[in-house]
Ligand binder design. Sequence first.
Ligand code: G3I
Length: 375
Amino acid sequence: MRKIVLILLGCLSTVLITSYTNYTSETIPLKDVFKGKFHIGVALNTRQIWGRDTNALKIVKTHFNSVVAENCMKSMSLQPREGQFQFRDADQFVEFAAQNNMFTIGHTLIWHSQAPRWFFVDEHGNEVSREVLIERMKNHITTVVSRYKGRIKGWDVVNEAILDDGSFRKSKFYTIIGEDFIRLAFEFAHAADPQAELYYNDFSMSLEGKRNGVVSMINKLKKQGVRVTGIGMQGHVGLDYPKISDFEKSMLAFSGTGAKVMITELDVTVLPNPRRNTGADINQNYEYKKAINPYIDGLPDAVEAKLQDRYLDFFRLFLKHHDKISRVTVWGVTDGDSWLNNWPVFGRKDYPLLFDRQYKAKPFVEMISRISTKK
Ligand code: G3I
């Protein structure tokens, strides 16, 4: 008899949990929760862009009012060989966004990473001159931005140009052109679509050095009359870094430049961090070891609770400063889609997003909507 009661109780709790999660994912759209405060966005992979992941698309259409392509608009994808543009995936992404009336973000025009090698060398393999690289940058930006003029509302014009200590990253763009490459990129983008919002986007933005470096770069650009509409704080964070107060300091400092602030690539890793790697530099990779992949059979309650607290703390912060924030975008639909399963160690199982591998909203999604409606 006791056994039957226990089984019945087990069934009942499953039914309750299932209906709770269904209720959460289907009837409280996050885009309604944050209406009038900020856009809530999500990054799409090519399976989603082409409609092959229908469960993910249901989530996207229900909860989000802004989208960004996770990979297919990077220069390596759009112009793998000089002058040979490949717009298939990007066109489909923009079409999907237009059909669903989403605030559409273009990611990213100038990024040292995922830039094809030809960009920086001539036919003999020698480094190109400043003039040639500027011309190539201009051609790339003009071609891409003009194609989606009026449909892509905001562009990550320059990505990750400042190092943690606030100095300029010594990328090929920087070493060949000098820091002016940033101004030029913004000017080319503005000329191609004067209405588009234009952003500077970077990771580890709560570090003091980077905060100061970005603020002084943006102030200088503004003095030069360059249109920079927004600053994107990527938001690849962990359970214990960065401090919310440091994140807040940066939000306020960036807002102080007059730019809109946006959280552009939010995810929260729960996995151990080899060598305290807290950035998002995709060139840093570490060897797989079983010991640093601890949650292959699911997330223990204690860690789930920490993840929940962390998400709630961040969303409390975003809501507190919603007048300064124009968008919060999560970097993927479900945990299974996340780049963090393969970085900085390939083949782990992470749980960094709002929806789990079964396409269910995590319980804290409901809690986020509750704190949002509280005065
Ligand atoms: O598409 C190929 C596939 O054909 C091939 O079989 C497979 C083998 O590894 O690779 C696939 O490409 C991968 C691609 O993601 C699509 O999954 C690349 O190797 C991999 O490097 C690439 O990683 C992306 C990374 O940027 C580099 O472009 C991540 O998905 C993406 O989440 C990440 O996003 C960046 C932002 O753009 C900028 N900020 C940091 C953020 C995280 O690194």
